[in-house]
Design a protein around this ligand. Structure first.
Ligand code: 5GP
Length: 253
């Protein structure tokens, strides 16, 4: 069998050419990195959990009419997705002050924000993904004004969907990052949610205790990351409850 072609390898995922034109196979690695890859560790089972959780979120978004790149899960670590022209921005939505916002503005972590705040960061590892404004985005031609309207609408719809889903299982969606890509359908082009949505790219706090259930567990040495992600998967019904006692993540189908 011919070896498939690797298109790109990032910190947490590898992209391979898909079986049909316009498709890509997205492989989830177990590698965890933080602080622009200065801190790194292999966390057994993380890739399996993120593959399944990203499938769960993207399937739900597709079902309520928020377009995503997700087509189907192929196996424990891989999913088939639509190839997109990625917009070189990380789009962050925040509901609660935390992380870089709390630091930048001298705010207490956990303070509620008056409304969801959308921020943009230029995707460039060498520069450490610097924050940019719509002025930079327009001036450098990374996205048009019409694209930006679509990006904000997508980001806020993802926020509403994910916030509600998490609230239902006792988790506060503090903030998250998405990426957006352009696809062409005949003469039309549109923007869709791409990359992944997982506890690697969200902040998730238990509503009652404030316990962190996201990548901050790794960034701040707060415990076992796979256990935290397993708890998120279990609460959402993606994993059976008894799997926690059985050591390694065991996913439903
Ligand atoms: P902050 O700007 O506070 O560091 O991050 C805000 C939110 O976006 C957090 O949920 C964080 O996990 C996510 N985020 C920001 N940059 C990245 C990134 O480069 N990779 C991933 N996976 N998530 C990010």
């Amino acid at each position: 069998m011919a070896r498939r072609k690797k298109i790109y390898e990032g910190k947490a995922k590898i992209l391979y050419e898909g079986p049909e034109p316009g498709t890509i196979v997205q492989y989830f690695k177990d590698d965890a990195t933080a602080f622009n890859a200065e801190k790194r560790q292999v966390i057994e089972g993380k890739g399996v959990l993120n593959n399944r959780l990203s499938e769960f979120f993207m399937t739900g978004l597709n079902a309520i009419g928020v377009p995503t790149h997700f087509i189907k899960r192929l196996n424990m670590r891989e999913q088939l997705v639509r190839a997109v022209e990625i917009i070189p921005l990380e789009i962050v939505v925040r509901n609660v002050a935390a992380g870089s916002l709390a630091k930048r503005l001298g705010m207490e972590e956990g303070a509620d924000l008056p409304r969801p705040i959308v921020e943009y960061y230029y995707k460039d590892d060498k520069l450490g993904d610097p924050m940019v404004t719509e002025e930079h985005i327009a001036a450098f031609g990374w996205a048009s004004q019409a694209d930006m309207d679509d990006i904000v609408a997508l980001a806020l719809r993802v926020n509403d969907y994910l916030s509600g889903l998490m609230y239902g299982v006792g988790i506060k969606l503090v903030d998250f990052k998405i990426e957006v890509g352009r696809v062409y359908d005949g003469d039309f082009q549109r923007l869709i949610v791409a990359d992944e949505i997982s506890p690697d790219s969200c902040r998730l706090w238990d509503i009652e205790t404030g316990k962190k259930l996201d990548k901050d567990v790794f960034r701040r040495d707060l415990g076992n990351l796979a256990d935290a992600y397993t708890e998120v998967a279990q609460r959402l019904g993606v994993m059976p409850k008894q799997a926690a006692q059985m050591g390694k993540p065991r996913l439903i189908n």
